[in-house]
Design a protein around this ligand. Structure first.
Ligand code: UD1
Ligand code: UDP
Length: 361
């Protein structure tokens, strides 16, 4: 069976790596191809993950780069179509909810190539998020839907997806985390940054709703500067955020600002943080697995299980709300690490089992 995997943006690499590794154990059954759309292209947003995650170099690089939603999506459509025709896969795997995910799934649907969506069924119920549109549409046209948690199955069934297409396999991002945690623990990043275990805050922000409005970004940065007076704050900047801070001259003071971190260093910082402030999808999940308190600066989450597990809390994107939430955290016991069912490091093996059954038909 010929399988073509698509990667495009940072959170895709952690999801594809374990699936490719699991399928590689069945060379008699699977021939795999990797296509990189080039949605993310900076060394620290792309190539560094090939090194940390042991991903093979892509067979094709579409080099679509940045642009408006229409430009970026259209460039993926135009450049993925010939790649699909050239490679003639039996199945295409897309992961997550970025523009590359939807665009490649759409090309497949139009050419009649079966497509599998990994991390299907997540819903924030907020259609102002570009990712929610990508999730909804990809799931409608996917032929196989691999979900990480029961809410995913429920959402898909409610939207009329046939039950036989849905397979709850767990969380592939946690496959990567469990595999690489021992390696992350041997990284000297805490020492290099002069940080002590459980005594610093790790921050990531990149949602347009937080960083594309100068007023909102200023509110959040002002909260970070305030936090920086009493503790170390570590803030690797996503390129979107770096650009907005530069554009509006909002450089925060008294905190550690840095380039995006490589996976192993980020994981080491995540595991040892007092708490994490984020708007990332993946970081909400990783902190749930690790039992690290997480404040998510968003009005909703497509990963409600991270909230019900007790590690994650939604907080409004303003200075007062963030500082109040931090004060409350200081008085709460650390939540236990209680990974949801099937977030066990074996999700990609379960995906592979499903594909083996289809191949042996
Ligand atoms: C994208 C995804 C988002 C995901 C995030 C992960 C969509 C709609 N959004 O958001 O769901 O959570 O990736 O990180 O697909 N840029 C660089 N270098 C790069 C990449 C981007 O400088 O390597 C800058 C460019 O100015 C670009 C901006 O970042 O315009 C935004 O990049 P884009 O891929 O459009 O969206 P993200 O915010 O990264
Ligand atoms: N991550 C990383 N370096 C960083 C910030 C995040 O390696 O500086 C990892 C993080 O551990 C997680 C993934 O990137 O595995 C999440 O990606 P991102 O937040 O960009 O996207 P989202 O999950 O919000 O779509």
């Amino acid at each position: 069976m010929r399988i073509l995997h698509v990667v495009g943006a940072r959170p895709n690499f952690m999801k594809v790596a374990p699936i490719m590794a699991a399928m590689r154990k069945h060379p008699d059954c699977f021939q795999q191809t990797l296509v990189h759309t080039g949605q993310h292209y900076d060394y620290r947003m792309s190539q560094v993950f090939f090194e940390d995650l042991d991903l093979p170099e892509p067979d094709d690089h579409l080099e679509v780069g940045s642009g408006t939603h229409a430009e970026q999506t259209a460039r993926v459509l135009l450049s993925f179509e010939p790649a699909l025709i050239k490679h003639k896969p039996d199945w295409v795997f897309v992961v997550g909810d970025v523009n590359s995910t939807l665009a490649c799934a759409l090309v497949c649907a139009k050419l009649g190539v079966p497509v599998a969506h990994v991390e299907a069924g997540l819903r924030s119920f907020d259609r102002s998020m570009p990712e929610e549109i990508n999730r909804l549409l990809t799931d409608q046209i996917a032929d196989l839907l691999f979900t990480p948690s029961p809410d995913g199955d429920e959402n898909l069934l409610r939207e009329g997806i046939a039950a036989e297409k849905i397979h709850r396999v767990g969380n592939v991002m946690i496959d990567t985390l469990t595999r690489l945690l021992p390696r992350a623990r041997s990284r000297p990043i805490l020492t290099e940054l002069g940080l002590k275990r459980s005594e610093y805050v790790l921050v990531t922000l990149h949602r347009p709703s937080n960083v594309d409005s100068p007023a909102t970004l200023q509110e959040i940065l002002s909260a970070l500067s305030e936090l920086g007076k009493t503790r170390e704050v570590v803030f690797p900047l996503h390129p979107r955020t770096r650009e907005r801070i530069r554009q509006w001259g909002l450089e925060p003071t008294g905190i550690h600002i840095m380039e995006p971190l490589r996976y192993l260093d980020f994981l080491a910082l995540e595991e040892n943080a007092a708490f994490v402030l984020t708007d990332s999808g993946g970081v909400q999940e990783e902190t749930t697995f690790l039992g690290v308190p997480c404040l998510t600066a968003r009005p909703s989450t497509e990963r409600p299980i991270t909230v019900t597990r007790g590690t994650n809390r939604l907080v409004a994107s303003n200075r007062r709300a963030i500082l109040d939430a931090v004060n409350e955290l200081d008085f709460l016991p650390r939540p236990p690490a209680s990974p949801p069912d099937l977030w066990d490091g074996h999700a990609a093996e379960r995906i592979t089992e499903v594909m083996l059954q289809i191949a042996n038909g």
